[in-house]
Design a binder for this molecule. Structure first.
Ligand SMILES: *[C@@H]1O[C@H](CO)[C@@H](O)[C@H](O)[C@H]1NC(C)=O
Ligand SMILES: *[C@@H]1O[C@H](CO)[C@@H](O)[C@H](O)[C@H]1NC(C)=O
Ligand SMILES: *[C@@H]1O[C@H](CO)[C@@H](O)[C@H](O)[C@H]1NC(C)=O
Length: 556
């Protein structure tokens, strides 16, 4: 009887897996928040989304010296997650600024002391709580990879950090340290940030997102407080104290770039305001949009995010040309415009695939045109693309727009896009004679291009029409040359008209080539994909070659 029931139990409950499986190690996540209202909705959303059992996570949050809504957002969030985590400790104080502080980004000694004390108390709190790990996490880090905690706890390091990226070269580690314990840039830094080398590296400093294995006995030697280190001779700086306490005790710090883990915003400079934090966040959001995704925000927290008011900057009009059958691109571009605060009119592109025979036969192509690289005649997509730009030029003239920005729909915007546009355009508008300014292009000639101003060069032979500014005079020139009577792709047409096309024969078809073309330098716009990239479908490059009979007719 007894035997039967044991067999029955074993049969019904496969005990094997349950008995051997260990629970995940426990983690205390410690977060200090100051003036982070812009980043908090994204920070908290990504924290919540980590794929790790919340009942194995305790939270420790402190926030003080805020001039913004940080504490309000935190309180709102804690109300909704208070039953999810193992435990929650919070300490919020209402004081606004440190004595003697000149700005929100000014680091007084008192502020550093406060940071050291707070971080050290988080460390001790985690030890007292018998947490297996402490994750010291800053509120400007977005862990977009939900696997980050599983990954980090699977590494057998006492101190380990996931490399998080920023715009440019800023990241959460140092590869070198000066003799007086400050930042030192080394040759190896860049290949690690750019993930040319992929591994975990022992480095002198990791910060902003750091996991400490508290089960290791040596972790007891770590501290954030300089007064706890004998004969401390380093800077009065919490992260440097911590790094030196590790170094003194021969505990290596590791940075791992084996996966994409997330982002970190660039810290504010001393003169920066809260609005600069908004701009740093924007650069990360745009970077994410460039990959076709958005920086995640939980719908519950979305009400604390904000978008800028829209305008068309110094332009009379901004157009974006998009094919109706590419709604994916339209949607992504509209998101970019929302983030950048750009008022843009979307123009339905002429779809080359829908052009009928009668219309195609009415077009007159340039007799000896062949694509110089592919040695093939014009494709339907290229015809559609030309007609779309032509339509925009006609609109410009019809509406008498003096300055117009024309964008295609597969572009990436450089970080600080608006500021850069302002810099470029303030120079352009001082020049009396200009017709076209490339914001993005593929430069085809090696020869140095003459500088016109700080951010402007004279444009040489170039491809692409990703983004360009056109003057009213320029639009008129492009129309007056009657391109439909000797059609070539639009990115050949422009260099012909500004007389920089290497193909002498082609230029002969356009006797008036006086378009004044400049280019932003550095460029402000790049293609989201390059032709030939895996998975890239260009609407012009890959479309059907125009029917044979039409071409034969044109050759006559
Ligand atoms: C304000 O912050 C300081 C630390 O800079 C602290 O000593 C003080 O107790 C705080 N005051 C209040 C009212 O919270
Ligand atoms: C990166 O990888 C290359 C090639 O494997 C190697 O020569 C180089 O030393 C590595 N750099 C670092 C920083 O590990
Ligand atoms: C062919 O296309 C042209 C221009 O789009 C249009 O005006 C014309 O009506 C079309 N003809 C036919 C037969 O569909």
């Amino acid at each position: 009887m007894k035997l039967v029931s044991v067999i029955l139990v074993l049969f019904i409950f496969p005990l094997k897996t349950l008995t051997l499986e260990l629970k995940k190690p426990t983690i205390l996540v410690a977060v200090l928040v100051r003036n982070k209202q812009h980043t908090l909705p994204y920070f908290l959303s990504n924290l919540e989304k980590l794929d790790y059992p919340k009942d194995r996570i305790s939270l420790w949050f402190r926030s003080d010296h805020n001039i913004d809504q940080s504490i309000g957002i935190l309180k709102y969030w804690f109300k909704s997650v208070k039953n999810d985590y193992h435990s929650i400790y919070t300490e919020f104080e209402d004081n606004k600024s440190y004595p003697g502080e000149e700005s929100i980004a000014h680091w007084t000694d008192e502020r550093f002391t406060h940071m050291m004390n707070m971080r050290d108390s988080a460390l001790n709190y985690a030890r007292k709580k018998w947490a297996d790990y402490l994750l010291m996490l800053d509120a400007d880090v977005f862990l977009t990879n939900p696997n980050t905690l599983n990954y980090l706890t699977s590494k057998s390091f006492t101190i380990v950090a996931p490399m998080v990226q920023s715009v440019g070269l800023y990241s959460n580690f140092w590869h070198g340290m000066t003799e007086d314990y400050y930042y030192l840039r080394t040759e190896e830094y860049k290949p690690i940030v750019h993930r040319e080398n992929i591994s975990c590296y022992a480095v002198p400093m990791v910060h902003s997102c750091v996991l400490v294995d508290l089960r290791r006995a040596e972790s007891d030697l770590l501290t954030y407080r300089s007064d706890k280190i004998e004969n401390y001779d380093g800077p009065h700086d919490d992260i440097i104290v911590f790094a030196l306490s590790a170094m003194q005790n021969k505990i290596p710090m590791h940075i791992c770039n084996e996966d994409h883990f997330g982002y970190i915003t660039v810290p504010l400079e001393q003169d920066d305001k809260l609005s600069n934090d908004f701009e740093n966040l924007l650069n990360i959001k745009m970077d994410k949009l460039n990959t076709g995704e958005s920086l995640y925000v939980n719908p519950r927290l979305a009400k604390y995010t904000s978008l800028p008011e829209k305008d068309s900057m110094m332009f009379d009009k901004i157009y974006m040309i998009n094919l109706k059958r590419r709604p994916d691109r339209r949607k992504r571009m509209h998101k970019c415009f929302d983030e950048l605060g750009l008022e843009v009119e979307t123009v339905d592109a002429v779809d080359g695939k829908l052009l009928n025979e009668t219309f195609l036969q009415s077009l007159q192509f340039m007799p000896d045109f062949q694509d110089p690289y592919h040695k093939r005649p014009m494709k339907l997509g290229e015809i559609g693309c030309f007609l779309s730009h032509l339509e925009v030029w006609q609109e410009i003239v019809k509406n008498n727009y003096h300055t117009t920005l024309v964008l295609e729909d597969d572009v990436k915007f450089e970080s600080f896009f608006r500021t850069r546009v302002e810099n470029v355009m303030s120079e352009v508008l001082k020049i009396s004679d200009w017709d076209l300014v490339y914001f993005g292009r593929k430069r085809l000639q090696e020869k140095e291009e003459p500088w016109i101003a700080n951010y402007l060069v004279q444009a040489g032979y170039s491809y692409w029409t990703l983004g360009y500014t056109l003057s009213l005079k320029g639009a008129k020139k492009l129309l007056d040359a009657q391109p439909l009577t000797k059609l070539v792709p639009v990115d050949e047409y422009l260099p012909i008209l500004f007389d920089k096309h290497p193909h002498e024969n082609w230029k002969g078809y356009y006797p008036k080539r006086d378009l004044v073309a400049l280019s932003a330098a550095p460029l402000l716009i790049y293609p989201t994909h390059y032709t030939g990239d895996k998975g890239y479908i260009s609407d012009t490059e890959d479309s059907v070659v125009i029917p044979e009979e039409v071409l034969v007719k044109e050759d006559l």
